[in-house]
Design a protein around this ligand. Structure first.
Ligand code: GLT
Ligand code: MN
Ligand code: MN
Length: 412
């Protein structure tokens, strides 16, 4: 093939994405509680080792594109849209008003707000640092975000306390830092109760998000399970208001089975919000779009959530790869990620209703007949042949993933 002229490249991308087929319409995409963060498509590709590869984009542009693609909900950090120096000033109110106008113009709803407590130099020692002035500033920031959330009619407030940790062991007292962090969450919940009453709205659902490593060297609440313990520790004054925002990749990063982590959140009634993406075990936070690394695992995750009637948001917390252009983010990354999610969600329905899986699972639960519970050999023998069904079910799920249950075959 000859080199492709620059002015023909977008047409090529467009033609090949059309040729892929299988895209859902914006109307169908809007049926799902899929939420689009401000920060994901506007990520410029920068990192410690990386210069930016894309140009900045505004919230108006993000909302316009989400609206065209069929993402019905938008979410943001406070400082994604309001420069830190403008917080708490009349300029904040103007920006919030223009966000409301844009949401209306593009037919979007704000689902969630979150406070940036990791990027700005003020968080160098974390949001629950020793210095009372840093903690007071953090408290005001969280309360301010809750107020913005109510103003934008959000339902969720997320907390990723990425700087809650340390580089040097022994410098901070971890128990004290966690108490200070709880005080900040408590202040946000108290403010929420008051603002919600004034506005005659339900209080927000406050969802903690764990990440096992980065940006601190050691993290005080590295996993969703650690956060569950924190919620139930007695330090949180309104534990009923506080739950989890697990992220698929963050659980994978520490080597967990994300599905099992979600199950633990479900049995505690704490699965409030879910960040969806993909990546690799025991590696850094690459935030690849859903289904490009672990489609089989993702299918099984969605089977669990569908069968337990999870009603919360699916938040597209991914980073467009540095190989995606500003155009490619909207032409390829965002729509294809949503469509893989929808396809996997629909496939999860196929798994749940599959007669083979159903009969095999029922048989496993019925167990074998004729066992004497006091005779180990008879218990083993009674169930021996049934247990082959475990692998049969796994094979059937693979068949559903590749469409074999609907007649897709690979012939020689
Ligand atoms: C940051 C982090 C994400 C969190 C965002 C919310 S910020 O991008 O890596 O996982 O969900 O604060
Ligand atoms: Mn996340
Ligand atoms: Mn991540």
């Amino acid at each position: 093939m000859n080199p492709i002229p620059q002015d023909k490249q977008i047409a090529l991308v467009d033609r090949l994405i059309q040729a892929c087929g299988g895209a859902y319409s914006p109307e169908i995409r809007r049926r799902y509680f899929i939420t689009g963060p401000q920060w994901a498509p506007s990520y410029e590709g920068q990192a410690v080792f990386h210069a930016p590869v894309r140009s900045r984009i505004s919230f108006e542009k993000v909302m316009e594109e989400y609206s065209k693609i069929g993402v019905a909900y938008w979410c943001t950090h406070d400082t994604d849209v309001i420069p830190a120096r403008d917080l708490f000033t009349p300029r904040q109110d103007e920006i919030v008003q223009s966000i409301k106008d844009s949401l209306k113009k593009y037919g979007l709803q704000c689902s969630m707000v979150t406070t940036e407590t990791f990027h700005h130099p003020v968080w160098a020692a974390g949001p629950s640092a020793e210095s009372p002035s840093v903690r007071e500033y953090a408290r005001k920031r969280l309360i301010n975000t809750v107020a913005i959330g109510h103003e934008l009619e959000a339902r969720y407030c997320v907390y990723w306390p990425g700087m809650l940790g340390y580089y040097f062991q022994g410098v901070i007292d971890e128990t004290q830092t966690l108490r200070w962090f709880a005080e900040a969450i408590n202040a946000a919940c108290e403010a929420d109760i008051q603002i919600a009453a004034q506005k005659q709205r339900p209080p927000l659902k406050h969802a903690l998000e764990a990440k096992p490593f980065e940006p601190q060297a050691e993290i005080l609440l590295p996993t969703s399970d650690a956060m569950l313990a924190f919620i139930f520790s007695g330090l949180i004054t309104h534990p009923e208001m506080v739950g989890l925002n697990p992220e698929y990749l963050h659980e994978l990063m520490w080597g967990a089975a994300p599905r099992a982590a979600l199950a633990r959140a479900l049995i505690c009634g704490k699965l409030f919000h879910f960040d969806i993406n993909d990546g690799y075990r025991l590696k850094h936070d690459v935030d690849i779009a859903i289904g490009l690394v672990n489609p089989l695992d993702w299918l099984n995750v969605l089977v669990l959530l569908r069968s337990h009637d999870y009603q919360g948001p699916f938040n597209l917390d991914y980073k467009p790869p540095r190989t995606a252009s500003n155009y490619g983010v909207w032409a390829v990354s965002v729509p294809t990620m949503i469509d893989r999610f929808i396809t996997l969600w629909e496939m999860a329905g196929d798994v749940i209703s599959d007669p083979i899986i159903k009969e095999a699972t029922d048989a496993l639960k019925a167990g074998g007949a004729g066992a004497n519970p006091e005779d180990v050999d008879s218990v083993v023998n009674a169930n021996k042949e049934l247990l082959s069904l475990h692998e049969l079910v796994a094979h059937r799920i693979f068949q559903i993933l590749i469409g074999a249950h609907r007649g897709r075959i690979y012939a020689l």
